[in-house]
Design a protein around this ligand. Sequence first.
Ligand code: FE2
Length: 281
Amino acid sequence: MFLSFDLQLEFDHVFIHVELDFGIVAETKLFNTYIMPVVQKLYDACKVSFSTQGPISEEALGKVSAILDEMKPSNVGLEQEAQLARQWKGSVHGDNDRKGRNRGHQHPSPIKYLHLHECDRFSIGIFCMPPSSIIPLHNHPGMTVLTKLLYGSVSVRSYDWLDLPELSDSTQGPLGLKDARTARPAKLVRDCEMTAPCGTTVLYPTSGGNVHSFKALTPCALFDVLSPPYCSEDERNCSYFRLIPRRDLQGTAEVCWLEEIQLPENFVVRSGAYKGPTIRH
Ligand SMILES: [Fe+2]
């Protein structure tokens, strides 16, 4: 006859405690009966690796990055979407919405953001992008960002701000404007295409391409970890930019001007449901 039965499910083991009415206590710990979800490992690593100022060290950031390297669509409930992306027959470089059965399609599906977690130290989320959709040029002020392409192909362009001393007192902007306050010179860091599976990319507050844009070449999903997250109280707002032609800036072809703009009207992100494993806090 049982007096009590206790079962505790932990991340890497099950603990069973049985007490019988004639005083016998049986306890056992069964390991490896529960495999910790990759997304849980990632969250746990983020918790010890990020402060409110960002990564506590390059080593800690590397640990988070290594876990993200292993992340697959099936780890976050996106296996079906990844399968559809693999079967997608559109043109990688064309606008699929203007072709074939999608001709005349006035409202292509929006980009979806799946929210996984946000605290004052980091945020985790996934952007699911339909083909040809664009996340316009935007920045991550004071932030470190890890991005892992889960499935599909995407075109990436990124820039870092340039501090050119000879321009600091200049009143001449790239368009011959007297006031160049809204435009700043930047250096092209990355202009490439990525196809999953591929490694995690990392950008830093002042290097690695802090200002970036994405264009989905196929259906694709970007897993983002931001530390610290956007926060208007701490002046970490997301700004949007457009590339403007330069006339007078000395330098190489990789130097350009970026002008801050309002949030582009055609940039619509809807929230979607995260269907992966629940993250235990
Ligand atoms: Fe971004």
